[in-house]
Design a protein around this ligand. Sequence first.
Ligand code: LEU
Length: 446
Amino acid sequence: MGQIGNDTHILLMDAFLQNNRLDHVSRVMASHPSYLEHFLRTQHFILRGDGPLPYDYRHLIAIMAAGRHQCSYLINLQKGEFLLQGGDSSWLQGLRSIPGKLQDLYEINKILAHRPWLLNKTHIEKLTKGADSWSLAEVVHAIVLLAHFHSLSSFVFSCGINEELDNVSGHHYIENAKDNSNNKQPAKDMLTSSPKKMQNGGGKTDNNPSPPSSPSIVGEQEVGVETLMERMKRLSEKSESYKITQEELSKRFETVESQSAELAAAPQRSSILDSDIGHFIEDPTFIYQDFAKRGQLNDIPTFRVQDYSWDDHGYSLVNRLYNDVGNLLDDKFKTAYNLTYYTMGTHNKVDTSRFRRAIWNYIQCMFGIRHDDYDYNEVNQLLERSLKTFIKSAVCYPERVTKRDYDRVMKEFKHSEKVHVNLMILEARMQAELLYALRAVMRYMT
Ligand SMILES: CC(C)C[C@H](N)C(=O)O
């Protein structure tokens, strides 16, 4: 992590006070203090601030959400928080032991995590009608928690964050380092060593190579940061000079979308669930399906941001239904979207906005969300196949990301820059889930 400044120090003190510990997530995020501040504020609010849901429910919803990606790190942390809030320990025996009202949320949890485009107003209606029903404010609070913990699972896995040390699996010994079947091992060094400088496209830093896990990435060369910078520059020079038609823009979106469907993300490891978390997971075979392959039968149209956007619609709706949480989320999205140090690897004074926008829009494209004025050709010029594959794994199948996947991409980037990309993955995914969920809520209300 290197040295930390005074402001970061104070933030980490806040993190400690909020979470009853200085958790690994906060420590990794601390390389981006301005973001960490918004992250902590939001997480604190949704778990402990004013809101319609009781505290024990909130942690249980977090556990259910993290379960969709088998994220034992978050499940274990949230179990602890649940008990600290006075939660009934018998609920921790699994989904069957929790109140029916919480069980009813599972359907939304599943859909939102993997195929949010399937969410519609009948899901919301089902929850808000009948005995044991949810108020709309409670539904919205639950949705925010679900989206937060789904996307945080992406961050945890894509950064290779390990269990906290008070968990028995937080301890690793040398013999275990060769055990490649354990995908909680990756990037273990992130928490303990300072960022490594990669030279000439990256030297090997992994002493314990694991077997090739993503065939699609193996053997692919990245073009390197300098070429990337040239491409960004060329795109900025060109963009003022000509206008592309709406049809062409829409075609370009579809091209990127269908190419994404062809990318083989990291393969599935084992279908056997860990016994200590398995009872929080139902229907583990329901996973991400490429939006481009969503099937003709119930053809779901592309989600056009011009019709329903965070800024114009989602933000105010969530604010209205749940104690101004929209402001916190909005600040967090904006901070993640605009975060820059004008660096790329060893280069300074670089305008990275096109590269960052390409990442953000590519993530949302995998959920069928289209930003109408964006030229998706830029995604193909700035994000290489290997990087797209990494992003797809981290967003859609985070539990499969290995250290090898992490090391193979963005080789000239510093660790903190890779964490930066992972932050964008977290936020763009969260926003995508919220857009679908809030649109469904809005349709239910009108
Ligand atoms: C993801 C990174 C390439 C971002 C870059 N370091 C910046 O400051 O904008």
